[in-house]
Design a protein around this ligand. Sequence first.
Ligand SMILES: [Zn+2]
Length: 66
Amino acid sequence: MNVLLSGGPGHGQVVETAGGETLLWRACLYERTGETGRARREEMRVYAHRQDCCEPYGRGAEDGCE
Ligand SMILES: [Zn+2]
């Protein structure tokens, strides 16, 4: 299914996922939320950028993760 990313470097991107609790977009970790958003004329679930994605996981430095 397609989901919409919210926040961080991937904000506004639509990506395909099998539907787990989290997904990885480039260097960033996104987490499923209960919200839906609209993109490409579809309603899709929103995955939010995790605040802690860059530090504990050692990700994001090269992609300029906030
Ligand atoms: Zn990140």
